[in-house]
Write a protein that binds this ligand. Structure first.
Ligand SMILES: [Zn+2]
Length: 71
């Protein structure tokens, strides 16, 4: 969809990250992740239009799963 801007694609993809933001196909595969400081990137590829991009995650919270020594 070349006539529509990046911001339109971005908003649509953030609402529904299960379809390719470039061609709309649902043939997308997420693979490896890379962490950088408080950001995490996940590599995603569309097998329909062959575009690759990063999904970008940001730390929003944490939860304790194993109690430590209570120091
Ligand atoms: Zn695509």
């Amino acid at each position: 969809m070349p006539s529509k801007g990046r911001e339109y694609r971005r908003r649509r993809y953030l609402l529904d990250p299960n379809v390719c933001p470039f061609c709309g196909a649902d043939e997308i595969d997420a693979s490896k992740t890379d962490a950088f400081e408080n950001m995490m990137y996940q590599w995603v590829r569309c097998s329909e239009c062959e575009t690759e991009w990063h999904d970008i995650y940001q730390l929003v919270d944490f939860e304790e799963v194993v109690a430590g020594k209570g120091l």
